[in-house]
Design a protein around this ligand. Structure first.
Ligand code: ZN
Length: 237
């Protein structure tokens, strides 16, 4: 079993009727239900909980953290961001969804501005698989069509991804690197673009499959324990 924590700021769903209609229980609960399987042990956490639901204990028990945020990025306490960052360095996987490109944790891990081009015009998105051999693309068709999504376009201000898995095309003509992996410390990070709060994207079976694949890919692997700092020589000098 992989221990997964789905973190959602859970603000739009309570404030905006058009979002409540799509995700009445919140994006985190929709994802928890959509991803339910005998291989995942899923809990959720939200901004309003004490320590945003991300206590030391919760994070120590989390193999992969899924993050959705938008209007509440600034309300996430810096010491919690540092705590999540430390766990990623130790090997916890992190799945960063949609507008979490501007979350404190993603920006800290990337070290760049993470800005992009955007437009809310209900346009079609076609997500192309550009790395079909990658485990995150397993079982996904050549492309995924989403009839209605927000546009995100290049330039996306991220470091060159370690792996590029999906490339999105939008009806208005823009393209976007919509599925990217990054390795930081012992941790694996997967950024996946779709999931604007007013559209039912997280009910799409292919989108859920990509996130499920991402969780399985990002789970901690048994690695050598890194040794650093001042050290006595192994041979006689
Ligand atoms: Zn959005």
């Amino acid at each position: 079993m992989i221990n997964v924590t789905i973190w959602n700021e859970f603000l739009h769903e309570k404030l905006h009727e058009e979002v409540t209609r799509v995700y009445p229980e919140g994006i985190h609960i929709a994802l928890q239900k959509g991803l339910a399987s005998d291989k995942l042990n899923i809990r959720t956490a939200t901004l309003e909980e004490a320590e945003h639901g991300l206590t030391e204990e919760v994070l120590q028990q989390t193999d992969v953290l899924v993050w959705w945020g938008h209007m509440g990025h600034d309300q996430v306490a810096d010491h919690i961001v540092d705590r999540v960052h430390a766990r990623v360095m130790e090997g916890m996987g992190l799945i960063v969804l949609h507008s979490a490109h501007f979350s404190k944790i993603f920006k800290k891990l990337m070290g760049t501005g993470c800005d992009l081009k955007w437009r809310e015009a209900n346009e079609k998105e076609r997500i192309w698989v550009v790395n079909p051999g990658h485990p995150i693309a397993s079982g996904i068709p050549e492309y995924i069509n989403l009839e209605h999504e927000e546009m995100y376009g290049e330039h996306f201000d991220i470091p060159a991804p370690d792996e590029l898995i999906f490339l999105s095309w939008f009806q208005g003509g823009e393209v976007f690197r919509s599925g990217c992996t990054f390795y930081r410390g012992q941790g694996k990070i997967f950024y996946f673009r779709p999931g604007h709060e007013t559209f039912p994207t997280y009910y799409n079976e292919h989108i859920l499959k990509v996130i499920d694949n991402g969780i399985h890919w990002a789970k901690p692997t048994i690695t050598a324990t890194p040794v650093r700092g001042n050290h006595a020589p192994l041979e006689i000098l």
